[in-house]
Design a protein around this ligand. Structure first.
Ligand code: NAD
Length: 324
């Protein structure tokens, strides 16, 4: 009998083709999100699952899937999966890093520029028929050229964001427990500094850390207070990296100039305070939303699912210790 693989939500067709060559595929071809109980039920006889960041794969769900050998997520972040629980049961977890790095760095910059130059407000103004004439002070925003960019989390995406800053003549500071190789830091003209100094000196603070217990609320009241009143916070990492109520309070009190957010603490719910504020730009988690990139991510996850179930080494194991 062919191994059984659950695909929890709609994916690009290439992935289904790859999986169907080898497995009996239980495909939930829709945009609905399964809750934990449904996931547990559908996983009872599955050897593999191709999932997305919306799927709650906690210890209980993992524990109720006796035959499960691989969890392949179509994302680089895997904070929705209890990886230690999977590792304890020798289930391989794979993700899709790399293919989305440039797209996410592009989106970060689009968001940074849109926030600094107030693009959504300007467009709303025009569409509302309020544009009467050119005015010297109409919808003026903040300068980017020559300013200081603080990159928090200097991995694949953080570095790609810093590379783009070279074109804007920016000074780049970065905070990361792992300093980058000297040659790379020189090439990107990026200086390794403690987070507190980065927050004090940056005009734009851009977050690129994974969500873990150590990065949950990495940016809270104390960190927001350290930022310049003229600075902007950009978050395209994961919502819970920022204490959202603290951010709303800081923005209301004018402790910083604005924020550009692609991710939220309780997606798809957005803090009502954020929706009220004119100086924030809000996007619905579209960091890697480029058709070709998303299709590659789906195919990559499917191929890694195939690799594990055929006893081969997957390209992107999150818990390689399970492979021995
Ligand atoms: P990566 O692993 O290459 O880089 C993460 C970096 O963060 C590493 O260098 C790590 O050392 C650093 N880091 C860890 N803890 C830190 C801390 N406390 N302070 C400072 N730095 C810390 O990952 P990546 O491919 O660059 O992706 C980063 C994250 O971006 C992902 O985990 C994911 O959650 C998020 N992401 C979001 C979108 C989106 O659609 N908005 C798209 C892709 C990725």
């Amino acid at each position: 009998m062919k191994p059984r693989v659950l695909v929890t939500r709609h994916v690009y067709p290439a992935a289904i083709g790859i999986l169907q060559e080898h497995f009996a595929v239980d495909y939930q071809d829709g945009h609905g999100v399964m809750d934990a109980a449904t996931l547990a039920r559908r996983l009872q006889h599955a050897q593999g699952v191709v999932c997305q960041l919306t799927d709650p794969l906690g210890a209980e769900v993992i524990g109720s899937a006796p035959a499960l050998r691989v969890i392949a997520t179509i994302a680089v972040g895997h904070d929705n999966i209890d990886v230690p629980a999977a590792t304890a049961r020798r289930i391989v977890v794979t993700n899709t890093p790399g293919v989305l790095t440039e797209a996410t760095a592009d989106l970060t910059w689009a968001l940074l520029l849109a926030t600094a130059r107030r693009l959504p407000a300007a467009e709303r103004f025009l569409r509302a028929g309020e544009w009467r004439r050119w005015d010297v002070d109409l919808l003026c925003g903040a300068d980017v050229q020559g300013r200081t960019l603080g990159v928090v989390g200097f991995g694949r995406i953080g570095q790609a964001v810093a590379r783009r800053a070279l074109g804007f003549g920016m000074r780049v500071l970065y905070a990361d427990p792992e300093p980058a190789p000297e040659a790379l830091a020189q090439e990107l003209r990026a200086q390794h500094v403690p987070l507190d100094l980065l927050l004090q000196q940056s005009d734009f603070v851009s977050l690129h850390v994974p969500l873990r217990e150590s990065t949950r609320h990495l940016i809270g009241v104390a960190q927001l207070c350290r930022m310049k009143r003229t600075a902007f916070l950009i978050n395209t990492s994961r919502g819970p990296v920022v204490d959202e109520p603290a951010l709303v309070a800081a923005l209301e009190e004018g402790l910083l100039a604005g924020a550009g957010l692609d991710v939220f603490e309780h997606e798809p719910r957005v803090h009502p305070g954020l929706l009220e504020l004119p100086n924030v730009v809000l996007l619905p988690h579209v960091g890697s939303a480029v058709t070709s990139v998303r299709s590659l991510m789906c195919a990559l996850a499917a191929r890694d699912c195939v690799a594990v179930l055929r006893g081969e080494r997957p390209q992107h194991p999150v818990n390689p210790e399970v492979l021995g």
